[in-house]
Design a protein around this ligand. Structure first.
Ligand code: ATP
Ligand code: MG
Length: 557
């Protein structure tokens, strides 16, 4: 790994290895299984699994499942899928904090015996009040004076389910006037009479994150416990628990990095869950969602997401990344990979009156600058369809495509000239009558006719009807608050788009560039041979601020 590409976490890991602090680097990705993972989790996955790979250590996948009311095996599966799809493999079996409940409980008994933890019986409100403020020290509960025997007895009975939710908690006895408010006798256990998706009704008390996380890391032999910045103040508890219990060899340390934020995107599982539950989207894998399942269904590749994570780097200060950068990464990845084919989204019929019979034109799937090979046959006849807005009767300045005066090239085929415009009773254009120039065939053009662009088209009798789903950003504003900021035009469904036959019959790939339209992906759920469905992954250019500029993306002749 070159020094300029080394981030501060890798620097720490290397220093620790050089100092002989650990014999092997062990990291972990510790999601709570209460929702589908999103692109922010991809960053954490890339960091934790990436560091383990780079330094020949290993990374565990641990479900941090200490909250019985929100967790579900469905989310466990989604998390496993996401890690594997991104190309990583966890060490051994998936781990669960819930598997450590017995050990965690034993360590709690030890803390009580050491006089370092006590059962408190204040109400939630009193606990908050007693904690004090940033300016004022807190005060300790009278229950902190309970004897070890009484604490042990109460803790046992909490576990056995003798008390109601909230009646007692177990707290660490640290310092009620600590500058770090988190250190003012933090909660270690609370009572929850709830069914846990794995442990069932075995437990009536559940460990708090700050208590469960550090011990779980220790039990797994984790060396570098990497988390996001909002846990900075929790680090003192992390250290206190491990040091007080004397848990070393190896002793894990927590390191924080900046959380990924992307504009026009929400990235909290709570907000994503709301979109799913309130049916603003079709599900966790709706292609507009920032979930890994959504990006995957949209057509993003693992390479593009990992490259994005690499580009944004790892920093210690939070910042906002432009979603255009993510879009750039998928374009950049697909540009050198996928076949170019033709699709007409809004078909306008063109009859070429001087063309007789039919032929098959040879057309490469790839442009010259893409080092891939592959050709298909393009049927051509007197009847074709072009994109409705590639013709203009009264063209604005700078309109380079077909007009009554201006010929245009049909990509991979001939130059055509408009002869007549046919309209219905309401004045809508229903058909163009054109002529073609026999000596203008692509690749052997001797016509001398100058055209300003080449447009996509399909042959009328052989074209296949497909459904195309045009996705746009889910939110209209940079820092969306909630559903009030949803983009009403984030999905446009076109039922009767037309594509050239080869992409259906030959299936040269599942991802394509539809010439001049963008990159598309055969929807992995809804696509059938009878009713093909394509998702637009991304347009060819960043068009968010350039809408209505007619000639964006016009291909060279
Ligand atoms: P959310 O608030 O979206 O529910 P979370 O932090 O509660 O996220 P967890 O399941 O607890 O999600 O997180 C698992 C791991 O992923 C944690 O180590 C967390 O720091 C990391 N993570 C979560 N969101 C981001 C993000 N936006 N950027 C980077 N890492 C993240
Ligand atoms: Mg969380």
């Amino acid at each position: 790994m070159s020094s300029e590409s080394k981030d501060f976490l890798r620097t720490i890991v290397e220093e620790d290895l050089h100092a002989g602090k650990y014999s092997e680097v062990v990291t972990r990705f510790p999601p709570e299984p209460n929702g589908f993972p999103h692109i922010g989790h991809a960053k954490s996955i890339a960091i934790n699994f990436g560091i383990a790979r780079d330094y020949k250590g290993h990374c565990n996948l641990r479900m941090d499942d200490t909250n019985p009311t929100t967790e579900d095996t469905r989310y466990v599966e989604a998390l496993k899928d996401a890690v594997e799809w991104l190309g990583f493999q966890w060490e051994g079996n998936v781990r669960y904090t819930s598997d450590y409940f017995p050990e965690l409980y034993q360590y709690a008994i030890e803390l009580v015996k050491m006089g370092k933890a006590y059962v408190d019986s204040l109400t939630e409100e009193e606990i908050r009040e007693y904690r004090g403020t940033v300016m004022e020290a807190g005060r300790r509960s009278v229950y902190a004076e309970r004897s070890v025997e009484e604490n042990l007895d109460l803790l046992e009975r909490m576990k056995e389910g003798e008390f109601k939710d909230g009646e007692h908690v177990l707290r660490a006895k640290i310092d009620m006037s600590a500058a770090n408010m988190k250190m003012r006798d933090p909660l270690l256990y609370r009572i929850r009479h709830a069914h846990h998706y794995r442990t069932g009704d075995a437990w009536n008390i559940y460990p708090m994150y700050d208590y469960g996380h550090c011990i779980s890391d220790y039990l797994e032999g984790v060396t570098h416990s990497i988390c996001t910045l909002e846990f900075e103040n929790n680090r003192d508890i992390y250290d206190w628990v491990l040091d007080t219990l004397g848990l070393t060899s190896p002793r894990p340390y927590q390191h924080e990095f900046a959380r990924l934020g992307i504009n026009y995107t929400v990235m909290s599982k709570r907000k994503l869950l709301e979109l799913v539950n309130e049916k603003y989207v079709s599900g966790w894998d709706d292609p507009r969602m920032s979930t890994i399942a959504g990006l995957r269904r949209r057509g993003y590749t693992p390479e593009s997401i990992l490259n994005f994570c690499h580009q944004i780097g790892i920093a210690k200060a939070n910042s906002m990344v432009d979603v255009a950068q993510l879009e750039f990464c998928i374009r950049d990845d697909l540009n050198t990979k996928v076949p170019r084919v033709m699709c007409v989204l809004d078909p306008l019929k063109v009859t070429i009156e001087n063309y007789e019979g039919s032929e098959e034109l040879d057309a490469s799937y790839y442009p010259e600058d893409v080092p891939k090979e592959g050709n298909r046959k393009l049927p051509f006849s007197r009847y074709i369809y072009i994109e409705r807005d590639d013709f203009s009767e009264n063209p604005p300045a700078g309109f380079y495509r077909l007009t009554p005066e201006q010929p245009v090239r049909l990509k991979h085929a001939y130059i055509i000239t408009c002869k007549e415009v046919i309209k219905d009773g309401s004045g809508n254009i229903t058909e163009i009558i054109a002529t073609y120039h026999p000596d203008s065939k692509s690749g052997s053009d001797t016509s001398g006719i100058k055209v300003k662009s080449a447009i996509q088209w399909v042959e009328a009798n052989t074209a296949k009807t497909v459904e195309v789903r045009l996705y746009d950003r889910l939110y209209t504003c940079e820092a969306p608050e909630g559903v009030e900021d949803l983009n009403p035009d984030s999905l446009k469904v076109i039922k009767n788009a037309l594509v050239e036959p080869a992409l259906i019959s030959e299936k040269p790939d599942v991802r394509f560039q539809f010439e001049r339209q963008g990159y598309f992906y055969a929807d992995p759920i809804d696509y059938t041979d009878e009713a093909p469905v394509f998702n637009r992954i991304v347009g060819l250019k960043d068009s968010w601020n350039k809408k209505n500029k007619a000639d964006e993306g016009t291909a060279k002749p």
